[in-house]
Design a protein around this ligand. Structure first.
Ligand code: HEM
Length: 491
C-alpha cells in the first residue's frame, strides 16, 4: 500500500505541474498576468500549507501572511499567490487598488462564495452574512432601516447593559478579565437591539447563552432563546407592528424584519447573521482598546480628562456628545487600525475577472473559483502605504491615538469596516456602542493596570481577531488606589 502511494507521487506532481501550465494559458488568454508566486509546485505548496496550519495553531497566522508579502523584493510587497493543485489559487493582497476593485468596482465578481454558504448554513442559513447576489441584496434592504442614524440616537439599550457591566467589575485593585465581561456585555446589547430582550449573559455567568466547544449545541441553544421571541412577534398583527415602528423605545430589529417577511426561518437567519457580525467584533475591539490603554497611563488620563470635561463623573452621554469626543474617537480609530476585528477578510472569485497589477504593469487575472485573502492588518501596518515615522506619526507597530490628530488615511488604506456595497452595516452602531462603554468606564475609573505579561499577548484569529490571553486588569476608582494597596498589605 505504502509503495503504491509512493508510486503515485510522480504522477500527482506531473498532474499539478500540468494544471499550473493550463492556468498560465488561460491567464494569458484573459489578457493579464499572475501575481508573484509564493509556491508554484506540489512540494513548496505542501510546505506552505503546513506552515499555515502551524501558524494558525500558534496564533501567528496574520503575522505569517504579512511576512510572506514582506519576503518579496522591494516595491513588490503588496500581493502574491499560491496554490496546492494549480487549479484553485489563493491571492493574498494588501494593495489598496486591488482591494478597491475586489470590494467595490468589481463587486459582482466576488462574494463569500458557495463553500462559505455551505459551511455556515447550519448557523447563518440564508441570512445576510451567509449569502451573495440577489439574496444578499434583498437582505441588506430588509435590515437597513434599523441602522438609520435616527434609530441609533436611542442609547437606552446600551445604558442598562453597561451599568450591569460596571457592576460586575470587582473593587479597586482586584483583578478581572475584561475580555470575558465585554463578550457577555456585547451579547446582551446585541440581543437587546435585535430582539428587544437581552440574553442576560452578564447576569448568569455560569450558563452562557453560547456554550463553548460544540458548534451544533451552541446553535441549538441560541435557537431555543430566539425562536419563542420570534413566534411572539409573528403573533402581533401587521397594523400593530406599523404602530410600534413609530416608537424608538419599543420597536426592535425583529419587529422591523417582521414587517418585511412572516417567514420564521428567514427571520431567524437574519438575526443569527447580525448577532454573528455584531457580537464578537465589538467585544474584541473593546478588549484590545483596554489592553492598549492599560499600557499607556498617560492616554487613559487624557481620555478620562476629555470625558470628565464634557460629562462629569455621572452624566449619561447622548449620541451627539459621543460624536464630539475627539480623543475617544482617535482611541477607537487607532484600536481598529492596529487590531482590526477582521484582520484577514476572505472572498471567492465568482466570475473570472481582472484586478489592477502594479502601476504600469499588466492586470492580474483571477479565475472563477480562486480565493482572495485581504490582509487588512498587513495593510494597516505597511510602511509603504502610510507616512514615515516622525514626531507626529509614531512607528506603525505602536498604538498612538495621537497620530489621528494630524492625519487622515488615504482612501482604501484603512478598512476596519471593509468597504464598497458590503461595508459593515453596523459601523455606526458599533462605534456608538463602544464609545458609550468606554465613557462609562473612564467616568468611573481613574487608573487601570494590566495584570499579567503585557508583551506575551497574541492575536487569536477564528474569523475575528481577539486577544488570545484575555485582558486581565485591575481598575481603580478615584482615591482608592492607596486604600487598596494598604488593604492588600494588611492581607
Ligand atoms: C468594531 C465593530 C465591528 C467591526 C470592526 C465590523 C467589521 C465588519 C466587516 C469588516 C464586515 C465585512 C465582512 C465581509 O466583508 O465579509 C462587516 C459586515 C457586517 N457587519 Fe460589522 N463590524 C462591527 C460591528 C458590527 C455590529 C455591531 C453590527 C450589527 C449590530 C454589524 C453588522 C454587520 C453586518 C450585518 C455585516 C454584513 C454586511 C453585508 O454583508 O452586507 N457589525 N462588519
Amino acid at each position: 500500500m505504502v509503495l503504491y502511494l509512493i508510486g503515485l507521487i510522480p504522477i500527482i506532481t506531473a498532474l499539478v505541474w500540468l494544471r499550473h501550465r493550463v492556468s498560465d494559458i488561460i491567464i494569458r488568454r484573459a489578457g493579464g498576468a499572475r501575481a508573484p508566486v509564493l509556491a508554484g509546485n506540489l512540494l513548496s505548496a505542501s510546505k506552505l500549507y503546513y506552515e499555515i496550519g502551524k501558524n494558525q495553531y500558534h496564533n501567528r497566522l496574520v503575522d505569517w501572511c504579512t511576512s510572506q508579502l514582506d519576503s518579496l523584493p522591494p516595491g513588490k510587497r503588496t500581493f502574491a499567490e499560491f496554490s496546492l493543485t494549480g487549479s484553485k489559487r489563493v491571492l493574498i493582497t494588501r494593495d489598496p487598488e486591488q482591494i478597491k476593485a475586489i470590494l467595490a468596482t468589481k463587486f459582482p465578481d466576488f462574494g463569500h462564495g458557495p463553500m462559505w454558504h455551505k459551511l455556515w448554513y447550519p448557523f447563518l442559513g440564508d441570512g445576510i452574512f451567509g449569502v451573495d447576489g440577489q439574496l444578499w441584496h434583498d437582505s441588506r434592504g430588509m435590515i437597513r432601516p434599523m441602522f438609520s442614524k435616527d434609530r441609533l440616537r436611542n442609547l437606552a439599550i446600551f445604558d442598562a447593559c453597561t451599568d450591569k457591566l460596571v457592576s460586575k467589575i470587582p473593587s479597586s485593585g482586584a483583578t478581572v478579565d475584561l475580555k470575558d465581561l465585554f463578550y457577555r456585555w456585547s451579547l446582551d446589547t446585541t440581543t437587546e437591539f435585535l430582539l428587544g430582550e437581552n440574553a442576560g449573559s452578564l447576569e448568569f455567568p455560569i450558563a452562557p447563552l453560547v456554550p463553548k466547544g460544540d458548534y451544533y449545541r451552541g446553535i441549538k441553544r441560541i435557537e431555543q432563546f430566539i425562536e419563542p421571541i420570534i413566534a411572539r412577534t409573528l403573533a402581533i398583527c401587521p397594523t400593530r407592528l406599523q404602530e410600534l415602528s413609530k416608537s424608538y423605545m419599543e420597536f426592535s430589529f425583529l419587529h422591523s424584519i417582521a414587517l418585511y417577511t412572516r417567514d420564521p426561518k428567514l427571520i431567524r437567519d437574519q438575526i443569527m447573521s447580525v448577532l454573528f457580525a455584531g457580537r464578537d467584533t465589538t467585544a474584541a475591539t473593546l478588549s484590545w482598546a483596554m489592553y492598549e490603554l492599560s499600557n499607556y497611563p498617560v492616554m487613559w488620563t487624557k481620555l478620562r480628562k476629555e470625558i470628565l470635561h464634557k460629562l462629569g463623573p455621572q452624566a449619561t452621554p447622548t449620541y451627539e456628545i459621543l460624536k464630539d469626543l475627539t480623543y475617544l474617537k482617535n482611541v477607537l480609530n487607532e484600536t481598529l487600525r492596529l487590531h482590526p476585528a477582521v484582520p484577514l477578510n476572505m472572498r471567492q472569485v465568482l466570475e473570472t475577472t481582472t484586478i489592477p497589477g502594479r502601476s504600469g504593469e499588466a492586470d492580474i487575472v483571477l479565475l472563477k473559483g480562486d480565493s482572495v485573502t485581504i490582509n487588512v492588518l498587513g495593510m494597516h501596518t505597511c510602511a509603504d502605504l502610510y507616512p514615515p515615522t516622525s514626531e507626529h506619526f509614531a512607528d506603525l507597530k505602536i498604538f498612538s491615538p495621537e497620530r489621528w490628530e494630524h492625519w487622515t488615511p488615504k482612501p482604501w488604506t484603512y478598512i476596519p469596516f471593509s468597504g464598497g456595497p458590503r461595508i459593515c452595516i453596523g459601523q455606526n452602531f458599533a462605534l456608538t456602542e463602544m464609545a458609550f462603554c468606554l465613557v462609562r468606564l473612564a467616568q468611573q475609573y481613574e487608573k487601570i493596570e494590566y495584570r499579567g505579561d503585557w508583551t506575551a499577548q497574541k492575536l487569536q484569529v477564528d474569523l475575528i481577531g481577539t486577544p488570545a490571553l484575555g485582558v486581565s486588569l485591575a481598575l481603580y476608582k478615584p482615591g482608592e488606589e492607596q486604600d487598596s494597596l494598604s488593604k492588600h498589605h494588611i492581607d
